[in-house]
Design a protein around this ligand. Structure first.
Ligand SMILES: C[S@@+](CC[C@H](N)C(=O)[O-])C[C@H]1O[C@@H](n2cnc3c(N)ncnc32)[C@H](O)[C@@H]1O
Length: 238
């Protein structure tokens, strides 16, 4: 992706996740623990991290307030990266801090698109509510995450499900799109510009990527604040 494009996503994200919004996000963390979606991610993240037979190094992409740190089991090190400083400030005291059992936690203020991890690699990379949402999940990013994994490492990431967001009007406009004049196509291209993905787009992307072993699940969220659905990619390296 061109530099300017990911920088514009960064600008929007940093503007959104200011101190006031970050404080609201943290306040909602407590309520979220009672939502079915929390239980869903608990099962996922605990299940995946417990599947390793040795202590792991984990990377949380867009870690926000550290909502999921306590669900990462079996880890000797956890790195959280986030582009919004106020969110990262919250992550210094993550959710259910007393249940976080990780000897080393490193928090990085940076953008996953251009942060240089040097030679460091991870056994488990996860990202919830970030890629295919605030930032694009494109071929460059999928392969970047693949390259950041150790052999036998696992990636788990959510991507907003675009299929269930399309209403009948949009579906009709999409059917008529091939017959539209260029000027009208450009209007719709602009209107439909989004990081969200359809299953077809996501599967095509994964097929093109370095991952040969992956699955895509669908999870409809009902957390009280955010209504919608996420596709979930679980990919294994090697
Ligand atoms: C919806 S919040 C999710 C936070 C956390 N993963 C969770 O589920 O609670 C999105 C987070 O992603 C961060 N973010 C968005 N784009 C990013 C990027 N390119 N690099 C690092 N962090 C990013 C935002 O600053 C924000 O904290």
């Amino acid at each position: 992706m061109a530099n300017t494009e990911f920088k514009s996503h960064e600008d929007k994200t940093v503007t959104l996740y200011d101190e006031a919004y970050s404080a609201k996000y943290r306040a909602y963390d407590e309520e979220f623990m009672n939502a079915p979606t929390y239980q869903h991610y608990k099962n996922k993240l605990e299940g995946l991290t417990k599947s390793f037979t040795k202590p792991i190094s984990a990377l949380d992409v867009g870690c926000g307030s550290g909502r999921y740190f306590h669900l990462i089991k079996n880890a000797h090190k956890l790195t959280g990266i986030d582009v919004a400083a106020p969110m990262l400030e919250m992550a210094k005291h993550p959710v259910k801090e007393s249940e976080v059992n990780i000897p080393e936690i490193k928090l990085i203020h940076g953008n996953v698109f251009d942060y240089d991890f040097g030679n460091e690699k991870f056994d488990f990379i996860y990202s919830v509510g970030v890629l295919g949402e605030h930032a694009p999940f494109d071929l460059g990013m999928v392969n970047h995450l693949y390259n950041l994994l150790n052999i036998n490492g696992i990636l788990f990431t959510t991507i907003v499900n675009l299929d269930i967001r399309k209403n009948t009007k949009r579906k009709l406009a999409e059917a008529a799109y091939p017959l539209m004049p260029g000027s009208l196509k450009r209007v719709f291209d602009q209107r439909w510009k989004s990081n969200y993905m359809t299953h077809k787009q996501l599967d095509a992307l994964m097929k093109q990527s370095l991952f040969t072993n992956y699955k895509i699940d669908n999870h409809v969220s009902d957390d009280g604040v955010w209504k919608g659905g996420h596709y979930e990619v679980t990919g294994k390296k090697g």
